[in-house]
Design a protein around this ligand. Sequence first.
Ligand code: ZN
Ligand code: MN
Length: 137
Amino acid sequence: MSDLAKTTRMTRQKKLILEILRGTNTHPTADWVYEQARKVIPDISLGTIYRNLGHLKATGEIMELSYGSTFSRYDGNPQNHYHFVCKRCGRVLDLDLPVLNELEEQVARRTSLQVTGHRMEFYGYCRECCREEKEES
Ligand code: ZN
Ligand code: MN
């Protein structure tokens, strides 16, 4: 393959992965992105997916949400926003809340640390899980 063909292929793969992430609000895993990408580029590899997710994260085009021992989830919206994580089904929901930048100032003032950002997550049970719980009991 010529260098140009390689570059074109890489650009196409990266664009596709970005489109997949921007087209969902489910905060998918790399495996899910891989399954979607394969529908468009059948011979794409999981390694390529991970490599591109890494690049997109490094350039600030996407966010990686890591939850301890479980798989990372990816978010096509790189702007700071808050999430709700369901402890039962693992759903990650976007919360429509204003970002509390004043918290960063407070931390900086109280600690004289240089604060460059913050993440906030809420935990609990989603609507679907609350409904199922009621039906089961
Ligand atoms: Zn749930
Ligand atoms: Mn999100």
